[in-house]
Design a protein around this ligand. Sequence first.
Ligand SMILES: [Zn+2]
Ligand SMILES: [Zn+2]
Length: 300
Amino acid sequence: MKSLSTLLTLAALLTASARAQMSQPMVHEEATKISDHVWAIMGFPNIAIVVGSRATLVVDTGMGPKNGATAARVAAKLAPNNSKLFLTTTHFHPEHAAGEPGFPPGTILIRNAVQQQDMEQHGQEMIDMFSSRSAQNKELLAGVVLRLPDVTFNQEATVDLGGVTARLLWFGEAHTKGDELTFVEPDRTLISGDVVQNKTIPNIVGGGTPTTWLAVLDKVDALNATHILPDHSVPGDGSLVAAERNLISAIRTRALALKGQGMSADDAGKQISAELKTQHPDWPNTNAAGFVKSVYAEPQ
Ligand SMILES: [Zn+2]
Ligand SMILES: [Zn+2]
């Protein structure tokens, strides 16, 4: 009994420290190997680095230029002989995109056109909102000026890095309107942004609807990924796609049933969050209030 309770305490501590790391905004200097050509700096968010024989691609920047510079430095250390650096972003939220000014001159910034539109319409607004959340964010985001990308694409762009190819994909609206997915071949590694997470409740922030998100997941499923690196949770295998689909579909079905019974969106959010806590006691957070609101708001 004693050793079991010690183990449980240890597990709780590890979870707490993993969670602290997942939410702190400073990008650190070590990268973890995900697959043959893909590395990740784990943090808030996880930043992916795809290394080819000629060029390197970084996916996401961290919060503000200081973090962007750290990510670029880690990428340069992984591949000191690669002179060409590409940068793309999973979506326009500041911890993913507002570190761009910290990247070296000559970095080729590429993102899909819908995401760029999100950025132009709401990028500054999100920077202001994140800045107001803490003194640290305010300092990290001070004076950030977002530049135009060097390349935009509609649905797909292929970046050949030398011996490894990154397919940058826009499959439709999910967490935001412009969510970008990066599929690395031959590794079959998917850098999934917020679209596929691990043990994490979905959230729509200026994006699509639960139904458009499910349609995106159908396309993601067809990629048949082997490794998945989400941006705010731990990496996993291809089964995360079906798990995400089942989770969104289950919350949606339950919320529509409660809506049909005349329950308010707020009450349904509380009830469904509590039910999820019972079903998934090991998840760090099961607050589904926001997502339930998105289901209620969806035109039927
Ligand atoms: Zn986001
Ligand atoms: Zn994020």
